[in-house]
Design a protein around this ligand. Structure first.
Ligand SMILES: Nc1ncnc2c1ncn2[C@@H]1O[C@H](COP(=O)(O)OP(=O)(O)OP(=O)(O)O)[C@@H](O)[C@H]1O
Ligand SMILES: [Mg+2]
Length: 493
C-alpha cells in the first residue's frame, strides 16, 4: 500500500483524485493548503506528494521548498494550469520530480504517478548487502556467498563511502541496478535523491534533453523549457543505466559534467553547476565500443574510476541455493509460508546455465510457485528451458539428478521456451538424451519409479490418491511399488 498526499484547495480536484486513485494499492490523503500538507507529512510519511501550484496561503513553490528541507528524498509532483508552466519549471529546478498540466489527461496522470511511486520505492527501499537468510523482514538484498560476490560486496562498501563514479558491468539480469542502489544506500548521499534513467529506453534525440534539459524553442517540439535529470538530481545520485549506446554529443556532455560538474541545457548558453554522483551500468562490452570508436575513450576512463564487474550466475553456482531460498521467502510475502524446494529441482537449477542470470532464476521460481501443486517444488514445475537446457545424467537412486559435467555445458543455448503443452516433449527429449548417454539406465522403469515416489510423497503415502495423480489404477500402482521396492523415502528439504 502506497501513500499519496494531495495538496489542493479545490474540493473538485480532491474528488477527482479520489476517484482516479481508488485502488487497494493506494492510500490517498488530502490537504487543503500547503500549511496543512506540511503538518501532515511527518505524520503520514507519504511516498509521494502531489501539490497544486496556485493556492491561498503557502503556494506550491514555497510548499515544495519546505518539503525539500523537511525530507529531500520525498518526491513531489506539481500540478499547474497551462499559463503557469514557467513556475512549474522553476519548481523542477528546486527538485520537483515532475509536473502535470491541468486539466488532466487521466492515463498520463496515472503513468506519471506510477513512475514517481516506483522511483520513491527504489529510493526508500534500502538495499542491503548479504542479509542473513534467517531474518524474516528483509525485502531487498544483494544475495551471494560465493567468492566473486564477496569481492563485489567489498567493492560496494569501499566505493559507497567515496564519491567516485562507478561503472557496473555484467550480463543482463546479474543485478547491476540492485548493486547501484546498494551503493547509494551505503553512501553519504543516502538521504538525498536517487534517480534512475535508462538511456537505451529513450530515443536518442530525446536523451540529451532528458539528461540536460532544453530551452524553449531549441528544437521542433521544444515548446517549453525543460529541466534535465542532472539538474533535478542536484545533491543526489543519478543512475545511468545502459550507458552503452549514446550519441557523441551526449557522451561529450556527460564527460563534461563528470569532469567539472557543469552542463548547458540544449539550446541554452548559461553554464549550470551541478553536484551529482553518477553510477553507470551497461551489459555491453564498453572496451569493444571504445576500440570501435563508438564510445569515447576519455569518457570510458572517467566512468571506469571504479569498476564493479558482476559475475554471471553460472560462474557462481554456489549462490543458486541461497538465491532460491531468498526468492521463495520474498515471493511468499511477509507472514506468508514459503514453498519448499525439492532437492531434485534444486539440482536441476544448479546445473542450468542461466543465460538470463538472477532475473531468470527469480522468474523461474515465481512460475514454479504458481504451477507447483504440492508443498515442494519439483523439476516438472520448472520452466521447459531450465529442464531441457540442462544436460541430464543418471545419478543416485531415488532422484533424477542433473549435472553439468559435460564439456561446454555452460555455453549451451537454452531451448526455445515452448507452451505448457509442449513441456512433456521437452521433458521426454531431456530424458531420452539421458537414455542415449547411458543405455544401462533403463529409462522407462526409472522414470516410472520416480513418478510413483513423487506421487506417494505428495499424497503422504495415500495409494488411492497417488494412483489417481498418475492416471493409473491402484492395483497398477501397488504392483509398481512392489516391483521397484519403493519405501517411503521423502527427499524433500
Ligand atoms: N544478488 C542478488 N540478490 C538478490 N536479488 C538479485 C540479485 N541480483 C539480481 N537480483 C534480482 O534480479 C533482478 C534483476 O536484477 P537487476 O535489474 O539489478 O539486473 P541488471 O543487471 O540491471 O539487468 P539488465 O542488464 O537486464 O538491466 C531484480 O529483480 C533483482 O532484484
Ligand atoms: Mg538493469
Amino acid at each position: 500500500m502506497e501513500k499519496i498526499l494531495l495538496i489542493d484547495d479545490e474540493a473538485d480536484v480532491q474528488y477527482s483524485f479520489r476517484r482516479i486513485f481508488d485502488s487497494p494499492d493506494i492510500e490517498l490523503h488530502t490537504a487543503s493548503s500547503g500549511e496543512e500538507g506540511l503538518r501532515l507529512i511527518p505524520i503520514l510519511r507519504p511516498d509521494l506528494v502531489i501539490t497544486d501550484l496556485r493556492m491561498a496561503g503557502l503556494n506550491g513553490l514555497e510548499t515544495l521548498k519546505r518539503i525539500r528541507q523537511l525530507d529531500p528524498k520525498l518526491l513531489v509532483l506539481l500540478m499547474t494550469a497551462y499559463g503557469t508552466t514557467q513556475t512549474a519549471i522553476e519548481a523542477m529546478k528546486l527538485g520537483a520530480y515532475d509536473y502535470l498540466l491541468k486539466p488532466f489527461d487521466v492515463p498520463k496522470l496515472k503513468a506519471l504517478v506510477q513512475g514517481a511511486l516506483k522511483a520513491a520505492r527504489d529510493m526508500r527501499q534500502a538495499v542491503v548487502v548479504q542479509p542473513t537468510l534467517e531474518a524474516e523482514d528483509y525485502d531487498a538484498g544483494v544475495i551471494g556467498r560465493s567468492e566473486p560476490m564477496q569481492a563485489v560486496f567489498k567493492l560496494i562498501g569501499q566505493t559507497a563511502a567515496a564519491e567516485a563514479t562507478v561503472l557496473i558491468t555484467g550480463e543482463s539480469g546479474t543485478g547491476k541496478e540492485l548493486v547501484a542502489r546498494a551503493i547509494y544506500n551505503y553512501s553519504r548521499r543516502a538521504d538525498r535523491p536517487f534517480l534512475a534513467i535508462n538511456c537505451a529506453a529513450i530515443p536518442e534525440n530525446l536523451l540529451e534533453s532528458e539528461l540536460f534539459g532544453h530551452e524553449k524553442g531549441s528544437f521542433t517540439g521544444a515548446t517549453q523549457q525543460r529541466i534535465g535529470k542532472f539538474e533535478q538530481c542536484h545533491g543526489g545520485t543519478l543512475f545511468l543505466d545502459e550507458i552503452g549506446d549514446m550519441s557523441p554529443t551526449t557522451q561529450t556532455k556527460i564527460l563534461r559534467v563528470l569532469q567539472n560538474g557543469t552542463l548547458e541545457r540544449v539550446g541554452g548558453n548559461g553554464v549550470i553547476q551541478v553536484d551529482v554522483r553518477v553510477i553507470a551500468a551497461t551489459n555491453k562490452k564498453l572496451e569493444e565500443a571504445v576500440a570501435n570508436r563508438q564510445f569515447r575513450e576519455d569518457l570510458f576512463y572517467r566512468l571506469n574510476v571504479v569498476r564493479i564487474q558482476l559475475p554471471p550466475l553460472r560462474e557462481r553456482r554456489d549462490d543458486i541455493r541461497h538465491l532460491v531460498d531468498y526468492f521463495l521467502r520474498k515471493l511468499a510475502g511477509p507472514g506468508g509460508k514459503p514453498k519448499q524446494i525439492g532437492r531434485p529441482a534444486l539440482q536441476v537449477m544448479e546445473a542450468y546455465h542461466w543465460p538470463g542470470n538472477v532475473r531468470e532464476l527469480e522468474n523461474a521460481i515465481q512460475r514454479a510457485i504458481v504451477v507447483s501443486k504440492g508443498q515442494a517444488i519439483l523439476p516438472i514445475d520448472l520452466p521447459t528451458e531450465v529442464l531441457a537446457g540442462t544436460p541430464v545424467t543418471a545419478a543416485s537412486p531415488g532422484a533424477i539428478v542433473a549435472a553439468d559435467s559435460s564439456p561446454g555445458a555452460a555455453d549451451r543455448p537454452a531451448a526455445v521456451a515452448a507452451p505448457a503443452t509442449a513441456d512433456f516433449t521437452a521433458l521426454a527429449q531431456a530424458l531420452f538424451r539421458l537414455a542415449k548417454n547411458d543405455p544401462k539406465l533403463k529409462v522407462i522403469p526409472t522414470v516410472e519409479r520416480e513418478l510413483v515416489i513423487e506421487a506417494l510423497k505428495e499424497t503422504a503415502g495415500n495409494q488411492v490418491r497417488a494412483a489417481r495423480l498418475l492416471g493409473i489404477t491402484r492395483a497398477t500402482l501397488r504392483k509398481r511399488v512392489e516391483k521397484f521396492g519403493i519405501r517411503q523415502e521423502l527427499d524433500v528439504r
